[in-house]
Design a protein around this ligand. Structure first.
Ligand code: SF4
Ligand code: SF4
Length: 293
């Protein structure tokens, strides 16, 4: 859902700077996986607030339900049983949009204003501008956006931009019974995360750390991980996500080349018109056309 009352700092396929009315500090949601009990209250609250409903799925023998993100399930809990130096561990991760500082979805999108980034860092989709091409899905290093078969628009977590715009925390934060999800300025969240990491280290998790990957400029959803040296243990959380080379090319070298090619075609057409005049249909072709009628 588009949130029109926050300042937009970037829009897809647009280079015109946005007017700035009410610059807000960067925000972040911090997910401390060590405090999560996997109750899925956040998953339910997300659907409740955004008024989405998913199909009833089937049991796959795991707690993941649904087993993947969909156009209606913008966040899902992922459960992984892994062997670590501490023995068998159950690592639970709340998956969803990471609200990258440098969003690959926005870079890849060719539709003006379909993907926007607010000045507080939240990345949002304006479905009314979406043309359903799915390029944002290719551009996302976390495999997050989902294309709806019903309306051919793409959906993902909005970080409750509508709630944040009026000073409320996201619905998942509000509902989490253990305080595993907290929300505030990115600066405050990083400070809070450092305290949590220190606590985990004092309890024997020597490799505890913060997940804020710099390959995408950092994110506005942060994780505190017990095993920050191996993020892939948490249901394939990417170790060093970055925007793919094709998307970089699309926005980098290829764009001026394509613009030059278009300009050259335009100039060529103009020169042809000036030197040769407009195209004319020969008498023979016109006669052939008349005979066929
Ligand atoms: S996680 Fe994917 S969808 Fe979310 S902001 Fe980053 S690139 Fe876009
Ligand atoms: S599908 Fe994605 S890339 Fe394509 S227009 Fe919609 S938001 Fe943009």
């Amino acid at each position: 859902m588009a949130q029109q009352t926050l300042d937009i700092s970037r829009r897809s396929a647009t280079t015109t700077p946005s007017p700035s009315q009410c610059h807000t500090p960067e925000v972040a949601k911090l997910i401390d996986v060590s405090k999560c009990i996997g109750c899925k209250a956040c998953q339910v609250a997300c659907m409740e607030w955004n008024d989405t409903r998913d199909n009833i799925g089937t049991n796959h023998g795991v707690y993941d339900n649904p087993t993947d993100l969909t156009e209606n399930s913008w966040t899902v809990m992922r459960y992984a049983e892994v062997e670590t130096e501490r023995g068998l561990e159950w690592l639970i991760r709340k998956d969803g949009c990471m609200h990258c500082a440098d969003p690959g979805c926005l870079k890849a999108c060719p539709a003006p204003g379909a993907v926007v980034q607010y000045s507080n860092g939240i990345v949002d989709f304006h479905e009314e501008n979406c043309i359903g091409c799915g390029y944002c899905i290719t551009g996302c290093p976390f495999n997050i956006p989902r294309l709806s078969q019903k309306d051919s628009k793409v959906y993902k977590c909005t970080l409750c931009s509508d709630r944040v715009a009026v000073g409320l925390e996201p619905a998942c934060v509000k509902t989490c019974p253990t305080g595993a999800i907290v929300f505030g300025t990115k600066e405050d969240m990083l400070r809070h995360a450092e305290g949590r990491v220190a606590d985990l280290k004092s309890r024997g998790f020597a490799k505890a750390g913060i997940y804020d990957p710099q390959g995408v400029g950092g994110t506005h959803v942060l994780y505190v991980l017990q095993h920050a040296d191996r993020p892939e243990l948490y249901s394939a959380l990417p170790r060093d996500p970055s925007i793919g080379p094709l998307v970089q090319l699309w926005k980098g070298a290829a764009k001026p080349v394509a613009s030059l090619a278009l300009a050259a075609i335009g100039v060529g057409a103009l020169v042809h018109y000036v030197t040769k005049g407009p195209n004319e249909v020969s008498d023979e072709i016109e006669k052939e056309f008349e005979d066929e009628k």
